[in-house]
Design a protein around this ligand. Structure first.
Ligand code: DHB
Length: 311
């Protein structure tokens, strides 16, 4: 029997596909829809301490080869997501879900993580170090000094399972430097990649989203080669205790297969989920299983990380 089940941080998931943070995860209704689909689990919209309205609309646009967004971290605030997850772990004790969060400052990040640590939350926390869309706030993970400082401070008190969402890197030296930092900490996973930040999409003579004069994070088909490179670069460099979640350009089972081949233990779907809805999980899972069956692979372990090189 072919299976796409997987494990992250020691927790079992029936399927390796899930939503990418930001898509279909702002409200409990959206999260319920993902939970009740073929997805193995969900991650919440990245939560800040308090409710945020986000940037003015239009702020997300699907385009032929992907998407562009500058949402600006709209979310219902930490308590909204945490309360829901605490209820869920009572009603669904056999499933594990992801809480995504980040503060508007390092101090707020610590306040949030301390609240999570003090709560009864038993799931997995994803610290988002890569939001490209809040004016005046750089993507944290492009600043290695700040990243290292935050991680060293966080692991002084945070003992729950924690991973980080990363922006794409584009230089081999940056892969080396980032991995050297991450390897110092008891991270359970890194999630590669967030959108390629600050692209520009033009239709006729105009931008297509209002914030930042049209600059926004790019997702979808445009970003798969970058996503795969980041998944594989970190798979090669990180200690084996740090797993990889692959995100970026997953439209088909073949795309998910390639992420796993590069080393991913879980695969997230963003732009395609936004375009197609939760039925995408069923379709992509079926396509992935068909590829596995054709190749004689019964589980993800049979091919994870086994990308072939030309010698
Ligand atoms: C937003 C976008 C991101 O890529 C992210 O990681 C967090 C937030 C946003 O604009 O809401």
């Amino acid at each position: 029997m072919t299976t796409t089940k997987t494990k992250i941080a020691g927790f079992d998931f029936d399927n390796c596909l899930m939503n990418a943070a930001g898509v279909a995860c702002m409200t409990v209704e959206e999260l319920e829809e993902v939970k009740n689909s073929a997805a193995g689990t969900f991650v919440t919209k990245t939560a800040t301490l308090d409710f945020r309205q986000g940037n003015p609309e239009p702020r997300y646009q699907d385009v032929p080869l992907g998407s562009i967004n500058s949402m600006g971290l709209p979310n219902n605030g930490l308590d909204y997501y945490l309360d829901y997850l605490l209820e869920l772990q009572e009603s669904e004790p056999n499933r594990t879900f992801f809480l995504s969060l980040v503060g508007m400052s390092p101090e707020e990040t610590h306040t949030i993580l301390q609240k999570v640590q003090a709560s009864d939350f038993k799931g997995i926390t994803e610290l988002n170090l890569s939001c490209p869309n809040v004016p005046g706030k750089p993507q944290i993970a492009y600043d290695f000094e700040t990243t290292e400082k935050i991680l060293s401070e966080v692991f002084a008190y945070f003992t729950n399972p924690l991973g980080i969402k990363l922006p794409p890197y584009f230089d081999i030296v940056h892969f080396d430097q980032a991995a050297a930092i991450f390897n110092k900490y008891p991270l359970k996973f890194v999630n590669c990649v967030n959108s390629i930040g600050n692209g520009l999409y033009i239709k006729d003579e105009s931008v297509v989203i209002r914030p930042k004069n049209g600059f926004g994070g790019i997702g979808g088909q445009y970003i798969k080669p970058t996503a795969l490179a980041n998944v594989h670069a970190f798979y090669q460099r990180l200690k084996p205790e740090i797993q990889i979640i692959g995100t970026g350009g997953v439209l088909t089972g073949r795309d998910a297969f390639e992420h796993i081949l590069c080393g991913a233990s879980m695969v997230q779907v963003g732009t395609t989920l936004h375009k197609e809805g939760v039925v995408a999980f069923e379709r992509i899972t079926a396509e992935l299983k068909a590829i596995m069956e054709e190749k004689g692979y019964e589980s993800l372990e049979d091919f994870r990380g086994k990308l072939k090189y030309i010698d």
